[in-house]
Design a protein around this ligand. Structure first.
Ligand code: TGC
Ligand code: FAD
Length: 390
């Protein structure tokens, strides 16, 4: 039975509208009903639970902020954040599937695509009939995607695509891939590649100790003929994929709070129930210090993301502000997972509790969408005006 109770130490619910709370509670109930009972088994067996795709679509997790005319839920950014928070409370891999679909596949088609592309793909992505993936990272270019080697050539009536992408969430079963590649002048463009195109394959990456409920793989392009109408025409250059990352990083900043909340709630309940030396371990100062620091950090992160959500809804959030929230909140969640695991002693390493799974998942979350180091450098650049990347 899922006993999770969301901490709200500063009455942050007062800052939410009725719609926010309704959307959040629907996602929370769905996670309790559909994710909690199956997630440990899925993680132990490293299997993405495909049967949940319809449910994710029903709670509006695919394209929450995409307008209803394209099948999206037409919600604001705070609602999007709250859905990601609830999903990641269940598992980072489930949130990953939803953030890739929403921010890395639907968002670029919505923002940079033609009307025909929007009509063709968005409703099917919103309903979960199509699953998408996003190919930016390459074997030789992770933190520095601008160095990408994947390229396409104009062949007159089609483009010819060659190259490879690595570490791509959802790739093994995705119906479409939004792929970033350079043209003959070295300018980056987005292309929609469909499963079944000749020369396109998506081998799965096995033996991950992290994000085991999410399928990760490669995208390999060997002379793939891509129809010209599959090019996203309305934004080019590295700023195009980075714009999608802003949206996904925003969702991750909220998602990480969900994972942290689950670790804290589990550790608090355990500490009250577990007795040693004739007392509940919650009565010992060292355990109280851990728990007190956890709720403090969660509360700070909640305030940060709420404010960021307001800024984003106003259209005023900068990329650097989003980067700071992603870095801070994922780091916070990982530290809480490590501390919470210790509160549970040996029980903390088992699959009876969610903490170790969150902890392992968060090792991916602190790496993807820009590593912790890269996000420190983004803030460094923003406040000093000096780029320390190169
Ligand atoms: P730089 O010269 O700074 O910028 C190139 C152009 O991009 C513009 N720009 C942005 N535009 C929109 N949003 C942003 N966040 C932007 N940041 C920069 C910039 O203005 C410039 O435009 P223009 O018009 O002047 O050309 O680029 P750089 O090569 O120095 O790189 C900067 C750096 C290192 C910050 C960037 O490359 C970076 O963020 N690297 C990290 C890579 C990364 O995050 N990869 C993520 C891959 S996807 C993924 O991990 C999905 S996991 C999904 C899941 O399962 O949840
Ligand atoms: P590298 O870039 O090789 O970095 C290695 C180390 O060097 C890191 O510690 C990094 O911080 C450090 N470093 C690099 N540059 C600097 C610098 N300038 N200064 C200081 N330190 C530096 N990508 C996609 O495109 N789509 C996806 O769907 C996707 N899903 C993913 C799913 C999972 C489970 C994982 C683990 C990754 C996924 N990624 C995806 C890839 C992810 O975005 C990259 O792993 C990430 O950007 C880091 O790249 P890298 O692994 O090549 O590390």
């Amino acid at each position: 039975q899922d006993l999770f109770q969301a901490p709200d130490y500063y009455n942050l619910d007062d800052l939410l509208t009725d719609e926010h709370k309704m959307v959040r509670d629907a996602a929370r109930d769905w996670v309790k009903r559909e994710i909690s009972p199956i997630i440990e088994d899925a993680a132990q067996n490293a299997k993405f639970p495909k049967h949940i795709l319809n449910g994710l679509a029903e709670i509006g997790a695919f394209g929450p902020y995409i307008p209803e005319e394209y099948g999206g839920a037409g919600l604001d950014q705070i609602s999007y954040g709250l859905i990601m928070q609830e999903l990641e409370r269940g598992d980072s891999g489930i949130r990953s599937t939803a953030s890739v679909q929403s921010s890395l596949v639907m968002y670029p088609i919505f923002k940079y695509g033609t009307e025909d592309q929007k009509q063709k793909y968005l409703p099917k992505l919103a309903s979960g009939e199509f699953i998408g993936c996003f190919g930016l990272t390459e074997p030789n270019h992770g933190s520095n995607p601008g160095g990408m080697e994947t390229k396409y050539k104009d062949m007159g009536d089609h483009y010819l695509l060659n190259g490879a992408k690595l570490w791509i969430s959802n790739s093994p079963f995705a119906d479409i891939a939004v792929v970033w590649a350079k043209n003959e002048e070295g300018r980056i463009h987005g292309l929609i590649v469909e499963r079944g195109m000749e020369g396109f394959s998506t081998p799965e990456t096995h033996n991950k100790w992290s994000l085991r409920t999410s399928a990760t793989g490669e995208l390999i392009f060997e002379d793939v003929k891509v129809p010209k109408e599959n090019l996203l025409p309305n934004k080019t250059g590295l700023g195009a994929p980075l714009g999608c990352l802003d949206s996904a990083r925003f969702g991750i900043a909220w998602g990480a709070i969900g994972a942290a909340m689950d670790c804290y709630d589990t550790a608090l309940r355990y500490a009250k129930e577990r007795t040693q030396f004739g007392k509940p371990i919650a009565a010992f100062q060292l355990q109280q210090k851990k728990l007190a620091e956890m709720i403090t950090e969660i509360t700070k992160a909640q305030l940060l993301t709420w404010r960021l959500g307001v800024l984003r809804d106003e259209g005023n959030a900068t990329s650097a502000q989003i980067s700071m929230a992603k870095r801070n909140n994922v780091d916070m969640a990982l530290n809480i997972a490590r501390e919470a695991r210790q509160v549970l002693g040996a029980m903390g390493i088992t699959g009876e509790y969610s903490i170790m799974r969150h902890m392992m998942n968060l090792e991916s979350v602190i790496t993807y969408e820009g590593t912790h180091d890269i996000h420190l450098l983004i803030t460094g650049l923003d406040i000093t005006g000096e780029s320390a990347f190169k």
